[in-house]
Design a protein around this ligand. Sequence first.
Ligand code: BTN
Length: 254
Amino acid sequence: MTEADPGFPEACRVVFAAEVGSTNDEARRLLLAGTPAWTLFWAGSQSGGRGRDGRSWSSPPGNLYASLVLRPPGPPARVAQLAFVAAVAVGEALRGILPAGRRVSLKWPNDVLADGRKLAGILLESEGARADGIDGLVVGFGVNVASFPGEARLPATSLRAEGAGDIHPREVLAACLRALRRRYEGWAVDGFAPARAAWMEAAHGLGAPAIARLPDREVRGIFAGLAEGGEMLLETPDGPRRVSAGDVFFPPPA
Ligand code: BTN
């Protein structure tokens, strides 16, 4: 069912289904069928929601599950910047919904936290990557609106638990889409620098001891920010390091 809403940006075409496996799969199907950029697939719940690194994403009714089709120009390395552009946008949207005083921060690469607890996650999947470009990109985002998983890798929270009241996922989606559109256009015109600066301003754990868990080893250092290519910068005893894959953890002070 296609949804029209005065709160969604005009360029967006929103398709809704009560339940799907994963909205990223539905959006990819639309992408491959030639749907224009800014088509978004939104679902009330997911039976096979996916997180980063092959993890599952708990997807009961009441939260937001949405995947946006984009067709950004440029090589894969440039398009990868959109993971951070999207995190900045979703963070800005959620900051505008939460009561004043809640600190919204961004954890590398693209988790959105409220007072240190995970509120939203983002999963980018590209299609048809070549050296000089991609066929399209799916930006999937999940926001804990009404509930959050009790058993999660990171402590989690929801908009409702943080005092946002009984907000409907549709309102959260509209705010996210407006922010995504604004930030995407900024990126297309001005490049990565403005979003990178905004990401750094909201960064979780900047200047703190961090452990980057890579597929085959751990790197320990002080988290020094985000490189121009989106890598995590770590100051290690062996000098500066750039980490481009994996997860970051901030051990509590001993
Ligand atoms: C993460 O933090 O690991 C990323 C989570 C991304 C979840 C969203 S929910 C909508 C979209 N569909 C999916 O299957 N995953 C993303």
